[in-house]
Design a protein around this ligand. Structure first.
Ligand code: GLU
Length: 491
């Protein structure tokens, strides 16, 4: 355990739905901060305004709260290092970019988008990697400053070293050595005066005193650029941790939009909001995503407290993780069984309500032990237990007809069942089992047939929680009425 309190941050761009990858990065950041008594920060990276999607920022904040990963500093909670939204920090980046220009580490670039496009096309034709051709790098700085002062449209580019190598250190991968001639003079400040990620994230991580940068492995490509920027400022570097990428279930490549849509049809998703709506628990989602990239036993069931205790950046793995939704189901079902009954009741309630059912809390609490073992996701509660809250059920005539019997015989069973039930002041497991077993014995019908007719009549479904316990909860009037309705249907 590190003694130094870590300051970590999740820095999503509000450009779409909150992805599983963001949730996992946030989780690791949170674990490290909590374990060391540090802080976990939310920073909104909204400088690419063309890609900003209304509502996306809110979805991130809601998603983190739903996951229980409450940040200590952020746009809506404040903090000593704000603002936490990059568009509100633009002067800071402009100042910092100017510092780099003044120290000779950056330069204004006046090339038009059309010209850059031409250059790119030529390079592609020659099968070269597209990169800036350096035209403005060689301008006389005094001349460049005059053009800037005259109001000419320009960007600021970072001047990467042209010789030698850049050595960048990733905590999971060790030293990464890159030939500087492979690097590109990237734009760090755009014509609209807003920074690109390369500048904004480096400046903010420094200003916000971030000690550990956890981010996706897709940033490895520009990692050498980033360390060059930090070194040009003369700042200390954070510990860099590039997290493994997620692959689609087959392990071959990233999940496409089409595959994501397929997964959704199957009750799974790579988006946090969907997972919540589909009835996954935060505990299940966190446990599952934690293990994609963290080298502990694959089936380790852990609460958030246990994760805080056990987490270590040394046991993170750089190898890509294939998304496995069966494991998500497994972890979710496991965590459902670990929840106290009243907590589980509170969590399933919205799923009943969403179906238009009126839920009685006392009744719900009684149902929990009957349905808990059957739930993979919270919304399964409706399929198994919706009949508890319905005024009436509507089984089909076919469903009421028992296996290998006809309507006439099934009717006979329903009528007999009614007689037995009517004679009993209360039905529960003890009082119900004996007379019905006797009836099975004497009638020659098998138990599956007798209980099958009764189950469909009372619950409207072929699979249900234990029958007599369920009847005890729904009450005498209701089950008698339902059996009577089944009799009418079978006639
Ligand atoms: N805004 C970047 C993204 O969404 C953040 C990367 C980082 O964590 O530095 O990918």
């Amino acid at each position: 355990m590190s003694l130094q309190p870590a300051r970590t941050r999740i820095a999503p761009s509000p450009t779409g739905h909150m992805h599983l990858g963001t949730a996992r990065t946030a989780l690791y950041c949170y674990l490290l901060a909590k374990q060391t008594g540090g802080q976990f920060i939310l920073r909104i990276e909204d400088t690419d305004q063309k890609r900003t999607v209304p509502g996306a920022e809110q979805e991130i904040m809601d998603g983190l709260r739903w996951l229980g990963l409450q940040y200590d500093e952020g746009p809506d909670v404040g903090g000593a290092y704000g603002p936490y939204r990059q568009t509100e920090r633009r002067e800071l980046y402009q100042r910092r970019a100017q510092t780099l220009v003044d120290s000779g580490h950056a330069y204004p670039c006046f090339c038009s988008p059309e010209r850059l496009d031409e250059v790119r096309k030529e390079q592609m034709k020659r099968k070269e990697n597209p990169r800036y051709d350096g035209t403005c790098r060689n301008l006389d700085p005094a001349e460049a400053a005059r053009r800037v002062a005259a109001g000419e449209a320009h960007t600021i580019r970072f001047k990467v070293p042209q010789e030698g190598v850049t050595i960048a250190r990733d905590h999971l991968r060790g030293e990464i050595v890159t030939e500087n001639k492979q690097l590109n003079d990237q734009v760090i400040l755009k014509t609209d005066g807003l920074p690109t990620y390369h500048l904004a994230a480096m400046v903010d991580d420094h200003e916000m005193k971030i000690t550990h940068v956890l981010r996706g492995a897709e940033w490895l490509g520009t990692f050498p650029l980033h360390v060059n920027i930090i070194r040009a400022f003369g700042w200390d570097e954070p510990v860099w941790i590039h997290l493994s990428v997620f692959l689609k279930p087959s392990g071959k490549g990233k999940m496409s939009k089409r595959e994501a849509a397929e997964a959704l049809k199957d009750g799974h998703s790579i988006f946090v909001k969907d997972l919540q709506e589909l009835g996954f628990l935060r505990e299940g989602v966190l446990n599952w995503s934690a293990l994609m990239g963290w080298g502990v036993a694959e089936d380790e069931v852990m609460s958030i407290e246990q994760m805080i205790e056990r987490f270590s950046i040394d046991s993170l793995t750089p190898s890509p993780a294939a998304i496995n939704f069966q494991k998500l189901d497994h972890f979710n079902a496991t965590h459902i069984r670990l929840l106290p009954a009243d907590d589980l009741a509170a969590r399933v309630k919205p799923y009943f309500v969403r179906q238009g059912l009126v839920v009685d809390d006392a009744k719900l609490l009684k149902i929990i032990p009957l349905i808990r073992e059957r739930l993979t996701t919270l919304d399964d509660c409706v399929a198994f237990g919706g009949f508890f809250f319905q005024d009436s059920v509507s089984p089909t005539r076919e469903d009421l007809i028992a296996k290998n019997l006809d309507a006439q015989r099934s009717l006979e069973i329903a009528q007999k069942a009614y007689q037995i039930l009517e004679a009993l002041p209360v039905v529960n497991h003890e009082s119900g089992e004996t007379p019905f077993r006797e009836y099975v014995e004497s009638s020659g019908y098998n138990a599956g047939q007798v209980f099958g007719v009764l189950r469909v009549a009372v619950t409207g479904q072929k699979v249900s929680p234990p029958l007599f316990e369920s009847m005890e909860i729904i009450g005498r009037d209701v089950y008698l009425r339902r059996v009577a309705q089944a009799i009418e249907l079978l006639k």
